[in-house]
Design a protein. Structure first.
Length: 178
C-alpha cells in the first residue's frame, strides 16, 4: 500500500508562479517515489501538487471544508469533506505518513503549528516533516531556540532548500513501500 504525504501551502499561487511549479514538481516526484498526496483540496499549491501526483500515477486526496465556497481541485481522486477548520486540520495530519510545508500564510502556519505541537507533545508518533522556503527557515529557527530553551525535543521539523531534497528525505525516511 502506498504511503501518503500531506502537503500544506497557500491557495493563492497560480500556474506559472514559482510556488505553483514547486508544488507541481513535488507532487510529481512524490508520485514517482511511490507516494500518494493529500492536500487541503483547493487551488494554489494544493491544486499543483495534486496535478503533479495524478499525472504521474498517484492518488490525490483532498480534505475540504464546508466553510468556503471554493472549488475543489479538478485533480482530486478522492475528496473528504469536513465540517470545520479544526476537523480538516486533524484529518490532514491523520492521513499523512509524512508532511511538507510549502510557502503559505496564516492557514499554513496554523497547520504547521498543530502538527509541530502534536509531534512535540508525543501525541502523534514521529513522522518526517519538511519545510520549504526562506520564511519557514526563519520561523522554524526562532521556534527551535524556544523549544531548546524549554528542554523539549528539537529537530522535529526539517528545513530543506529544494523540492528534490524534500522528496529524497521523505523517500529515505519512509523507506520503500509496496
Amino acid at each position: 500500500m502506498k504511503r501518503t504525504i500531506t502537503i500544506f501551502g497557500s491557495s493563492l499561487p497560480r500556474h506559472g508562479d514559482k510556488e505553483y511549479e514547486d508544488a507541481y514538481n513535488l507532487g510529481r516526484l512524490l508520485a514517482l517515489n511511490n507516494f500518494n498526496v493529500c492536500t487541503g483540496g483547493y487551488q494554489g499549491v494544493m491544486d499543483a501538487a495534486s496535478k503533479g501526483a495524478v499525472e504521474n500515477g498517484a492518488e490525490a486526496i483532498g480534505i475540504t471544508v464546508d466553510l468556503w465556497e471554493s472549488v475543489p481541485s479538478k485533480y482530486l481522486t478522492k475528496e473528504i469533506r469536513c465540517k470545520n477548520l479544526f476537523e480538516r486540520i486533524s484529518k490532514l495530519i491523520d492521513i499523512g505518513d509524512g508532511y511538507v510545508i510549502l510557502q503559505g500564510g496564516t492557514g499554513t502556519l496554523l497547520e504547521l503549528a498543530a502538527l509541530w505541537e502534536l509531534l512535540n507533545k508525543n501525541l502523534l508518533r514521529q513522522k518526517p516533516a519538511a519545510c520549504h522556503s526562506q520564511m519557514w527557515k526563519e520561523i522554524v529557527g526562532i521556534m527551535e531556540k524556544q523549544i531548546e530553551y524549554e528542554g523539549r525535543k528539537t529537530g522535529l521539523i526539517r528545513c530543506l532548500n529544494s523540492i528534490e531534497q524534500i522528496a529524497g528525505y521523505l523517500d529515505k525516511a519512509l523507506g520503500e513501500t509496496t
